[in-house]
Ligand binder design. Structure first.
Ligand SMILES: NC(=O)C1=CN([C@@H]2O[C@H](COP(=O)(O)OP(=O)(O)OC[C@H]3O[C@@H](n4cnc5c(N)ncnc54)[C@H](O)[C@@H]3O)[C@@H](O)[C@H]2O)[C@H](O)CC1
Ligand SMILES: [K+]
Length: 506
């Protein structure tokens, strides 16, 4: 499990070491890790350090200091290094070290030097972004902002590799929010601890690969957010006990699909069933049930009232829009659920049925909106948040919604957020853009209801687990075209590969 912290927590952890006089040692370690990161990206392009061209953007604080020390180390190994000083102030010792190692300095205050730096950066093998780190307030200011905007214009094969020092300048280290231009990095070498802003949208989309350099910080208190990694999937994905029977292995109940949208039911049921619960019960129109019988003969379908069937978890909503009988089933389950507290996934067409609650009455719900659906959901609760505002600050929006609605909120996006009303947050970025296809959400909802039915973990952890497994379905086939209909069929192989060699309990 990966834990990520706010800028304030990282700085607080750094303080005792600074007080004890270890500041220079911390910078030395940070700069060494950064140097190694730059060397590795140079090697990835078949370039040796000797003779490589490295352009460095330098800010006024320690972030610029780290970048200058790394530049000095590269210059000492024969790289041609050019630094653009974006402020009248630069870390004095680092600047002196850089100059002594043969680094060239240009000043942004001089227009000709700015043009000369941009030309150098465009011709470089690597651009190092050391303008702002954890001490930044707000986005990049002029004139550095327009240099970054200009450098970011160069795309494609001609673009130099970009390495961010600690974080891409202009990304908020704590929230991941972005205000103004940011130079998109291929690699971010971050120091001391993972910054929550690098594991949150939209900041994560600017960071590229993130490598952590251990500085020996003693992080105190709860992390800002957590992320499940491959090793966690191996432990958390459920496995049957030899004493299990179909009911103890979990029954997933699904209210999905309609005459108009039968596909949503097929996708959700196929995904749920592929996860291996004891049983999948489907409630919905007869023609959809008939189609399901051909594709998933193991599924038990009926047109019953949900109050007459027993399940360990419900999924309500995919493709039920405009079907009165499905709508009534979903309403009945939500009403009964306030007492029965059966874990319930509320997706798509059922999201409009959820009311705000501050009495714990929704604590068994996992809501799975995308940004547009969340905007409408919040609107109904009297909170005005546009889709664009939610996409700019998804973590804040998901947390707000979890608090207002009293339910776990799984907000889908390039980095998916799972927020629970008690404050815990997971963010998962396992998926790729190849998952952004029609029906992908129905598959996620099916995986989630199956994992909830199989039980064993709390709601937010199970939700994060479902997002991670769903993401791995795309990641495991990086180069083939993918549609949602293919996803459920991939579950057994991906499940086997992530659980790997774990001991069986059978
Ligand atoms: N955390 C650690 O353990 C270590 C961190 N290191 C590096 O130090 C930076 C943080 O350094 P700091 O000097 O505190 O802050 P910054 O470098 O981010 O810059 C602050 C500097 O910039 C000015 N400023 C603030 N906001 C803006 C803005 N929007 N535009 C322009 N200028 C701005 C502000 O006035 C300050 O002067 C951390 O990221 C690491 O890279 C250590 O090297 C190792 C230990
Ligand atoms: K930076």
């Amino acid at each position: 499990m990966l834990s990520a912290y706010s800028a304030a927590s990282v700085r607080a952890a750094e303080q005792p070491l600074l007080d004890a006089g270890h500041g220079a040692e911390l910078m030395r370690r940070a700069a060494y890790g950064l140097t190694m990161g730059i060397i590795s990206v140079l090697r990835s392009r078949g370039r040796a350090v000797y003779g490589a061209r490295v352009a460095i953007l330098v800010g006024s604080g320690n972030n610029g200091g780290d970048a200058l020390y790394a530049g000095a180390a590269l210059a000492a190994r024969g790289a041609r290094t050019t630094a653009l000083l974006t402020s009248a102030r630069s870390h004095p010792e680092a600047l002196a070290t850089f100059r002594n190692a043969g680094g060239r300095c240009l000043e942004l205050s001089l227009e000709t030097e700015k043009a000369s730096f941009c030309a150098e950066a465009w011709a470089s093998d690597v651009v190092l972004d050391g303008i702002l780190g954890t001490g930044s307030r707000g986005g990049l200011r002029e004139p550095a902002a327009s240099v970054v905007a200009e450098l970011d214009r160069l795309q494609g094969a001609l673009r130099p590799l970009v390495v961010a020092c600690d974080l891409p300048s202009g990304v908020d280290a704590s929230t991941g929010e972005v205000d103004g231009p940011v130079l998109r990095a291929d690699l971010t070498v971050t120091f001391g601890a993972h910054k929550a802003g690098l594991l949150s949208s939209p900041g994560e989309q600017y960071a590229g690969e993130v490598r952590l350099v251990d500085l020996g910080l003693d992080m105190q208190g709860a992390p800002e957010l957590r992320r499940l990694e491959a090793a966690d999937l191996a432990v958390l994905l459920p496995a049957p006990h030899n004493s299990d029977h179909k009911y103890t292995r979990g029954v997933a109940g699904i209210v999905a699909g309609s005459a108009r949208y039968p596909g949503a039911a097929l996708l959700a049921v196929a995904a749920a069933s592929a996860c291996g619960p004891g049983m999948v019960r489907y409630l919905g129109p007869e023609p959809v049930a008939a189609a399901l019988a051909l594709r998933n003969p193991e599924v038990v379908s009926s047109q019953d009232s949900p109050l007459e069937v027993r399940v360990q978890a419900w999924l309500l909503g995919p493709g039920i829009d405009g079907d009165d009988a499905q709508d009534e089933r979903a309403r009945d389950i939500l009403l009964a659920g306030r007492a029965a507290r059966i874990p319930t996934v509320v997706d798509a067409g059922a999201l409009g049925l959820v009311q705000a609650s501050d009495d714990g009455g929704n604590a068994h719900l996992v809501l799975t909106p995308h940004a547009g659906e969340l905007s409408r959901l919040l609107q109904r609760c009297g909170v005005a948040r546009s889709r664009a505002e939610i996409e700019a600050s998804p973590r804040a929006a998901a947390t707000e919604a979890a608090t207002v609605l009293g339910a776990v909120v799984l907000l889908k996006g390039p980095t998916t957020v799972v927020a629970d009303p008690l404050g815990a947050i997971y963010t998962q970025a396992n998926g790729t853009a190849r998952l952004a296809t029609a029906g992908s959400g129905d598959t996620l909802a099916g995986i989630l209801v199956a994992l909830l039915a199989m039980g064993g973990r709390d709601l937010p952890t199970t939700a994060a687990l479902a997002v991670a497994l769903h993401g791995e379905l795309a990641r495991s086939a990086p180069s083939t075209p993918l549609n949602a209909g293919m996803l459920a069929g991939r579950i057994p192989a991906v499940w086997a590969s992530v659980t790997g060699a774990r001991p069986t309990r059978e």
